[in-house]
Design a protein around this ligand. Sequence first.
Ligand code: SAH
Ligand code: SF4
Ligand code: F3S
Length: 452
Amino acid sequence: MKSKTDPIRSLDTLFIRTYGCQMNEYDSGRMADIMKQAYGLRLVDRPEDADVILMNTCSVREKAEEKVYSELGRYRKLKDKRPDMIIGVGGCVGQQEGERIQKRAPYVDLVFGPQTYHRLPEMVKKIRRDRVQLTEVDMPEIEKFDSLPRHQGQGVSGCVTIMEGCDKFCTFCVVPYTRGPEISRPVEDILTECRQLLADGVVEISLLGQNVNGYRGLGEDGGEWDFTMLLYAVAALDGLKRLRFTTSHPMEMTSELCRAFSEIPQLMPYLHLPVQSGSNHMLKMMHRGHDRETYLRLIDELRGYCPDIALSSDFIVGYPGESDEDFEDTLDLARQVGYDTAYCFKYSPRPGTPASHAEDSVPEAVKDERLQRLLTLMREQSRLGMERQLGRTVEVLVEKPGRNEGDMEGRTADYRIVHFRGSPRQIGQILPVRIMEAYGQSLRGELILVGE
Ligand code: SAH
Ligand code: SF4
Ligand code: F3S
């Protein structure tokens, strides 16, 4: 327990603000775990109540740094009143900005990159003991995973990060610089973490990484395993009912991986496969490594194995040099594929990326207009996808109580949210629900009782 001479004795509570991707969500969970394990810090919901505030930041899109500084401004007011509190900035902005953060916001005690979370207790102790400011942004090998405690309490559905970083260097993207090169965890470590989640009551596992299908890890046989081999091994674990993964890169979609959607019953029919643009010229400029035809062939192959697969994508509009024609190609590709969901972004130059040296040539108003047109098309496609569910009976994994009294919430195999009248006893079960109503983001249905 904390002794009187212990420099961290006055620290009891922790607040973490998380931005960005699922990898960050996962990492924040692990940060909370390690701080709890090391110092008994209790997670609180409001920064006002915290002795330690950590920001887990994202720098993938515009104004990321500004958002961090304005949030920090709020924390500064708290620190003015309680100078003893600790403020840390982690994640991708921390990695990217490093010491610049403390130059601009000198009340920040700690800046730390995504590969250093396992050293958080040690860093916090040092800050307390030596009254120093720290910046820790080096990228050691994948030490982080070996040293973090396992994450608990994820409910019905759990996540496991299987690889970090990205080697693809798309010209617009900051991730390879903030997260470092692709490093895959050994198969055995991943299986162990999955088994622990299953033992804790998780029935659905999502494998996470910036490029999960670029996975190349040390296999149980001592050889190198690819992502498909890993999938089969995870799917074979006792108690696993559903398996998902995100994000995938089109260039790493092998035929074996496409086939896995028809061969692994636990692998759910949903795939996020970002394409960014439908124009060959843009794809080339972006350094995506494939053209439109290759992507469309991939989608055909996937649908050959799994006709009902729901697809989603990320799109960027207004990349430097994007013409009206290029943009029309994007709309056309989106129509051809018929995505169920899409995340659409206006291009913004990111520090240190190759594209940031080119002139950000598409005027803001044109970007806005293209974004609106793409969003309108996507909303329409999503709506049709939701309406197609009407009258169907779908298998819903019950996750939690819904917002309305007496409602339960769960997800279909293809990742749609469903509400229905049910009971918390059903959490963790997969139950048949007949879909009666379709909304923009969710469905409503009725539980089909056994014997009906
Ligand atoms: N690894 C994933 C996702 C990376 S970031 C992949 O390769 O698809 C998530 C999304 O943010 C990207 O797919 C892209 O659509 C968007 N994005 C990344 N950099 C961007 C930038 N500079 N401007 C606008 N959108 C960007
Ligand atoms: Fe960024 Fe491209 Fe890597 Fe995705 S594949 S993280 S978009 S560099
Ligand atoms: Fe953002 Fe870093 Fe994830 S830039 S999207 S938090 S990898």
